[in-house]
Design a binder for this molecule. Structure first.
Ligand SMILES: Nc1ncnc2c1ncn2[C@@H]1O[C@H](COP(=O)(O)OS(=O)(=O)O)[C@@H](OP(=O)(O)O)[C@H]1O
Length: 544
């Protein structure tokens, strides 16, 4: 009986506890707010007001919104457009990971194997039909104009450009007018783009002139942060130099051969290069682009001297292995890259490194943005650059004989080509070249591959001596008239451009390179600067 009572008490307790638990959970459920049923017809609730800190009251009582400047907002919009465009580009079919240019040659059918006769346009792949090309052209013009709008203060050089004289029907109008004409011919634009202008030109000239003249033959390869934007504008303002279409989010930079970030350039595939080349050709037309790739190259035989199509990417200098890449791409168009010219502008190595650091710390893109202090970045960079220079010095015997720095460029050219794209490629020493401030100032090793095969085709100048006389020398080297009928029309504008500095206010002019850091960097670069002077055969004025 007693035992039964105990059992009853235990059972009662268990029951009470169970009841509590049950009621507690159900009560919580009951108290939980009912899930909101989304009613798409109901108007959206009003946005919460902006934080009051973004609103300032002016001295006249008006409310002023503190935000990004109009210029910055326009720039943002351009970046937005660019990424939209890049996304579309990124979704296009990609080659297998280790594809080479040769793997992609069949894609272009007869285009890459010129027979000397005009191929039928039907040989073009389906996915590059006239409709998509026309649309992409239109988009490209829009994107280009958007950038130009964002950079309104820059000279409107592209409108000035006319095709070589050999292209009779076209040389009378600018490419912009040619596209305007296309727009007004809806029945032709989708059906047969070829007859609108380009083919007429070829027919009239019995194929003497071709769109091969639109392939780039002048490369402004760097160095980054050495006044290349100013130089680019000065060159592009010349009526006989036509810039290629820039990447929309850059200041004119073309990036046709830029490898994807963080990859070894030897794995950079041919398909992307060709695609990018088609994108950036000054004339984005099916037949013209095709003929450019077919490659009837007319560099120096137009009526009054050479014309140049300018490819501007300051990142190329550090990627010496790209020289072969560019050559093989141009060869697709039967172009001997000996006919192309390369310009590099250098700057005091320490100042260049610092300028790049300031720029990168002020960029919002995660890949570029650098949170390290300058000195931390420099000490890291010195380690990478020491390994990079040792790789070159050991391979070329410069560790024991520095004075051979000049002749190795000619005596070891094959080896230099291999090193630049293999063992001594900068990517092996610095994973993110956008933050390789020190390595990118090691000019000697970067210039070697460009000098190795065609020294007379490489022109090197320094920012410290950059003025209108420097532009004059450069234009003379290109065998172009400086002023006059075929030269600059507005000499004063060019002179002003040469004196204009840009990016100085990137950080409001707050940062400055300290004497201590400058001295340490100068000491580090001394041996490389000595070799650079030997390679160029003249003093750059950088500490040796
Ligand atoms: N004419 C002239 N004289 C002296 N200095 C000049 C000139 N033009 C450009 N600059 C300076 O060059 C730096 C910008 O270089 P880039 O245009 O090559 O930069 S970029 O790589 O295209 O981002 C940038 O340097 P920092 O101001 O130190 O950043 C410019 O001020």
């Amino acid at each position: 009986m007693r035992c039964n009572l105990n059992a009853c008490v235990v059972a009662l307790c268990v029951f009470t506890i169970g009841l509590h638990v049950y009621l507690h959970t159900h009560q919580r459920e009951a108290l939980r707010p009912a899930p909101e049923v989304r009613d798409h017809h109901r108007p959206k609730p009003p946005r919460p007001p902006r934080s009051p800190s973004r609103i300032r009251v002016s001295k006249w009582g008006g409310r002023i919104r503190i935000g990004r400047s109009r210029q910055n907002r326009e720039k943002d919009r351009a970046i937005g457009k660019a990424s939209m465009w890049d996304r579309r580009y990124a979704h296009s079919p990609r080659p297998p990971h280790n594809a080479t240019v040769d793997d992609w040659l069949p894609q272009f059918g007869g285009v890459c194997t010129p027979t000397g006769e005009d191929e039928d346009d039907d040989s073009l792949p389906e996915d590059q039909n006239a409709r998509s090309l026309f649309k992409s052209t239109q988009n490209r013009i829009k994107a280009f104009e958007l950038v130009k709008h964002a950079q309104r203060r820059r000279p409107a050089f592209s409108e000035e450009f006319m095709l070589p004289d050999g292209c009779v029907p076209l040389h009378k109008r600018t490419w912009r007018e040619a596209f305007e004409a296309d727009r007004k011919k809806p029945q032709e634009k989708l059906g047969d783009l070829d007859d609108v202008a380009g083919d007429d030109a070829d027919d009239d000239q019995n194929n003497e002139c071709s769109a091969a003249a639109c392939l780039p033959n002048l490369f402004l390869i760097g160095a980054s942060k050495s006044g290349t934007t100013t130089l680019y504008e000065a060159l592009a303002a010349h009526p006989r130099i036509a810039p290629m279409y820039p990447e929309p989010h850059t200041h004119g930079e073309t990036h046709v051969w830029s490898p994807p970030q963080g990859t070894n350039i030897m794995r950079h595939d041919g398909e992307n290069t060709l695609r990018a080349l088609r994108r950036a050709l000054p004339l984005q037309r099916k037949s013209l682009a095709k003929k450019a790739l077919q490659g009837r190259w007319r560099l120096e035989n137009s009526r009054d001297g050479p014309y140049f199509i300018l490819e501007y990417t300051p990142h190329y200098l550090v990627l010496g292995g790209l020289r072969d890449k560019i050559c093989s791409s141009l060869q697709l168009g039967n172009v001997n890259c000996m006919n192309a010219r390369y310009i590099a502008m250098l700057r005091d190595p320490a100042k260049r490194a610092f300028s790049q650091y300031v720029m990168k710390t002020h960029m919002r893109v995660a890949l570029y943005n650098d949170k390290r202090t300058f000195w931390k970045a420099v000490t890291d960079g010195m380690k990478h650059t020491a390994d990079y220079s040792k790789c070159w010095d050991d391979a070329l015997g410069l560790s024991v004989n520095e004075s051979a720095a000049h002749e190795v460029a000619w005596t070891r050219s094959e080896k230099i080509g291999d090193l630049a794209s293999g063992r001594c490629a900068p990517i092996n020493f610095h994973g993110n070249l956008f933050q390789a401030y020190v390595l990118k100032s090691a000019y000697y090793y970067q210039l070697l591959p460009w000098f190795a095969h065609f020294p007379s085709r490489v022109y090197v100048d320094v920012l410290e001596r950059f003025d209108d006389a420097a532009i004059q020398r450069m234009v003379a080297w290109l065998e172009l008239p400086y002023v006059g009928e075929n030269g600059y029309k507005d000499q004063e504008a060019v002179v002003a451009l040469a004196g204009a500095k840009r990016n100085v206010a990137r950080d409001g002019g707050v940062s400055a390179l300290s004497d201590e850091h400058a001295a340490a960097l100068d000491d580090f670069f001394r041996p490389m600067n000595r070799k650079l002077d030997l390679l160029l055969g003249r003093r750059t004025g950088y500490p040796v």
